[in-house]
Design a protein. Structure first.
Length: 202
């Protein structure tokens, strides 16, 4: 699920389902995805520009809020993708199984595979400008790049539980969340991650 603002958002699910709300989630309506593939991640740059990723490396894009969707995954690897984020300039990343990271500089028209340095799945990412980004995944891995993905560095990992989402307020302050209520916080761009108490944490 991802919201472009406090009112407009999208959610995706298995079987190619995409739902859309314009009233903050009070009401949802189905949109035609054009696929039956399982969809696992969505990113809304604004109320018009939205990307969706899923099984078999599928990437869908709409520039009109979902009225028409274009397949952008013709030359992407076939590994399942779980997360995607792009900047207003069209620079961004998508992440998925087996440490997959792909990068675009043209709004998703073309994608280039990058070296993540990990073999576990990556579940989500957050990026500001297409240069700085954080990706999280299996084994508690948190990866960071500050050079558009030319190099990815492991900031945290080697845990027995996975991480499922990450969100930064700015280039310094962010959170990563995962299994058994795990919450991790950084105030220095990920150089140090502090464990915070989750709902099921003891």
């Amino acid at each position: 699920m991802h919201f472009a603002d406090r009112s407009v958002g999208w959610a995706v699910a298995d079987g190619g389902y995409i739902t859309h709300t314009t009233d903050g989630g009070k009401n949802w309506e189905l949109q035609d995805s054009g696929t039956k593939n399982d969809l696992t991640g969505v990113f809304a740059l604004n109320a018009k520009q939205v990307w969706v990723v899923g099984k078999y490396g599928i990437i869908l894009h709409t520039s009109d809020g979902g009225g028409r969707r274009v397949m952008q995954s013709g030359k992407t690897p076939s590994n399942p993708l779980h997360g995607i984020a792009l900047s207003p300039e069209g620079k961004g990343f998508a992440v998925g199984e087996r440490g997959m990271i792909i990068h675009t500089e043209d709004g998703g028209k073309t994608w280039e595979e990058q070296v993540s340095g990990v073999v576990g799945g990556l579940n989500a990412l957050d990026s500001f400008d297409g240069q700085k980004a954080w990706a999280v995944g299996d084994a508690g891995n948190i990866l960071h790049t500050s050079d558009s993905g030319k190099t990815w560095k492991l900031q945290k990992g080697d845990d027995w539980y996975g991480l499922h989402d990450v969100q930064f307020l700015n280039s310094k302050v962010g959170w990563a969340i995962g299994e058994i209520g795990g919450i991790f916080y950084t105030r220095d761009g990920g150089k140090h991650w502090e464990q915070q108490r989750g709902l099921f944490w003891e």
